[in-house]
Unconditional design. Structure first.
Length: 462
């Protein structure tokens, strides 16, 4: 949509103001650097900021925040750009690109890492790996640490070490008035509480300190079963998950096999002692005997290498839509739905993934952090992917139908990091009884609503 004369003048004035204080190579309205900044993981996103500010310091971020407010233009924060809804880019506004701020500094004695606001999981894990340590991350290495953590952060180690948000110890952020502040358990603990699951709605996180853990070697890999065994295997996965120790997280997914036919992927991660993990009679190797697998590849590996090795599964530029529901377990009704919709994936790149939430991640109480759903469950990620030359209508219809089928078996709300603006039935319930406290904190630090990353309802659900 074309800008009005007033909007055009405001954008031009903001651009001039930024160029007054920063070198030309940091302020972009066109050209290769601009194109690189607006290229997101989801190629279907068509948002185009009027100005991109490449940030190299908290001071750059603060300048960007103050400028957007002074000239009344929308503001967004781009980390690694994996939000499928495209909220990393402020359409017609100012986008702060934090990717240069990707340094990671490890304190091996304290078992902590200070992580730049633009760092990826690969950046964090590579640095921790040098000290034989590991961090809570998601399944894919190119995802940004800050965005993942602020929204919750499901991952393969959650059973043993909790969510990424549970491992957030402190944060430096720029608030809506352009002030650089730091929050930890002793300084503004309410703000830290909000950052542990409340999303990037309270400021721009320029760095965070996260807890690290022993156990850089895991036992993992994949087991692929033919689709005619999916119901049987899913039932046996349910039994394995119910008996699963903290060290074993079992992710499952409906995917396309190498020949394009539907298949069931079992993706375990064992983060306990390696001999138990590789024992043929142990709980990990038993997952290769739930049926007659097409492929079974399980072995010990460095966690950092494993996560980085999965990046090729989700390259940048494809067109993507995502829906999410959280279900208590793999009950028969849920298995029926996975069987029905997983057996007719709309494209070979699409899939249904069920993320295993158990163990340490369930032990905080619902009000210990902003992330409220602490009961054992499976976070279901319905991901539709299609080539750029197609419209994707049939993919979106499949994703909508899968989500609607799961809705009556799911908890209210859903995972904030995967909920797009169209999820109007879920957004009011994301935070449950924690919503009122989040709204009070939001009103205190960002009363004008400058920041809107993941959904944060500003009214109580009806």
């Amino acid at each position: 949509m074309p800008h009005s004369l007033e909007e055009t003048q405001s954008i031009a004035a903001a651009h001039r103001a930024l160029r007054t204080h920063l070198p030309a190579e940091q302020v972009h309205v066109s050209g290769p650097a601009y194109a690189d900044s607006v290229a997101l993981w989801n190629g279907a996103v068509k948002h185009l900021p009027a100005v991109v500010l490449t940030c190299t310091s908290p001071e750059d971020v603060a300048l960007g925040v103050r400028t957007a407010r002074e000239f009344g233009i929308p503001l967004s924060v781009r980390g690694r750009g994996h939000d499928y809804a495209g909220r990393a880019l402020a359409d017609g506004g100012l986008t702060l690109d934090l990717r240069p701020m990707h340094d990671v500094r490890v304190d091996p004695g304290a078992r902590t890492a200070e992580v730049g606001g633009g760092a990826s999981a690969n950046d964090l894990l590579a640095a921790a790996n040098e000290h034989d340590l590991v961090a809570a991350t998601g399944t894919i290495g190119t995802v940004g640490v800050a965005g993942l953590t602020l929204g919750g952060g499901y991952g393969p180690l959650a059973g043993r070490v909790g969510l990424a948000a549970d491992n957030l110890l402190s944060a430096e952020l720029v608030t809506a008035d352009g002030t650089v502040v730091r929050t930890d358990e002793h300084h503004d603990p309410d703000l830290l509480w909000a950052l542990r699951g409340g999303g990037g709605n309270f400021g721009v996180v320029t760095s965070m300190t996260v807890r690290l853990h022993d156990g850089p070697t895991v036992v993992t890999g994949l087991v692929l079963y033919p689709w005619n065994q999916a119901r049987q295997v899913l039932g046996r996965v349910r039994d394995a998950q119910q008996d699963s120790p903290d060290s074993l997280t079992i992710q499952v997914a409906a995917v396309a096999a190498p020949d394009g036919s539907p298949a069931l992927l079992v993706l375990p991660t064992w983060s306990g002692d390696v001999p138990t993990g590789t024992n043929p009679s142990g709980p990990v190797m038993a997952l290769a005997r739930l049926g007659d697998p097409l492929i079974a590849q399980l072995d010990a590996a460095r966690y950092a290498d494993t996560i980085a090795g999965r990046d090729a599964m989700f390259p940048d530029g494809r067109h993507v839509t995502i829906r999410t529901r959280s279900v208590p377990e793999l009950g028969e009704d849920v298995i029926d739905i996975v069987d029905r919709f997983g057996g007719r994936l709309p494209t070979p790149m699409s899939g249904i993934t069920l993320h295993h939430f158990h163990g340490a991640a369930t032990r905080p109480t619902p009000d210990d952090t902003a992330f409220v759903l602490r009961r054992p469950h499976l976070m279901t990620e319905i991901i539709g992917i299609w080539p750029a030359e197609e419209t994707g209508e049939h993919v979106r219809s499949w994703a909508d139908a899968t989500s609607a089928a799961l809705a009556e078996h799911a908890f209210p709300g859903g995972y904030a990091n995967l909920l797009g603006p169209e999820a109007t039935d879920q957004i009011p319930h994301i935070y449950g009884d924690n919503l009122a406290r989040l709204q009070r904190i939001k009103a205190a630090v960002d009363p004008e609503g400058v920041f809107s990353a993941t959904p944060l309802p500003m009214t109580e659900p009806a």
